[in-house]
Ligand binder design. Structure first.
Ligand code: HEC
Length: 122
């Protein structure tokens, strides 16, 4: 009887350990998934709103400047400000009032984060 109790205890321990291992694997998967879904969301926003005017990694229009150098060299804050207030700083050689100024209203905070993540990381 005593032996059986030990056996039960060991089985429960194994069950608990294997459950914990599984759930930490799941957490990792969820993290990877949310990183890639941020990238996917950013890509969608970019293709819907920006690709006609800007090129990035060899794809897109030429009405506005290519974003490649900026994606490599600038931090997200500058990119965010340029999106929200395009007329504050005008890139030399380009005209003001061409880039829409209503992205602050059009895009949610999450979409903006995703967009900047996509521009700087993908
Ligand atoms: C109708 C064309 C047009 C659209 C659409 C547009 N832009 Fe622009 N964008 C421009 C032009 C023209 C400039 C250069 C003038 C200026 O600096 O504001 C510019 C400037 C920028 C700059 C600053 C570039 C630099 O080197 O300083 C960033 C960043 C930028 N756009 C990002 C975006 C993003 C992201 C989107 C999509 C949400 C977008 N733009 C949509 C035309 C556009």
């Amino acid at each position: 009887m005593k032996n059986l109790l030990w056996l039960k205890f060991i089985i429960i321990c194994i069950a608990v350990i294997s459950c914990e291992r599984q759930s930490s694997d799941n957490v990792k998967k969820n993290l990877d998934y949310s990183q890639s879904s941020l990238g996917l969301m950013g890509k969608k926003v970019y293709q819907m709103h920006c690709v006609n005017c800007h090129s990035l990694r060899g794809e897109g229009g030429a009405i506005g400047p290519s974003l490649d150098d900026l994606a490599r060299n600038m931090d997200g804050t500058y990119i965010r400000e340029s999106i929200l207030e395009p007329n504050r700083l005008i890139k030399p050689g380009y005209k003001r009032d061409i880039m829409p100024t209503n992205y602050g209203k059009l895009l949610s905070e999450k979409e903006l984060d995703a967009l900047i993540f996509y521009i700087t990381n993908q």
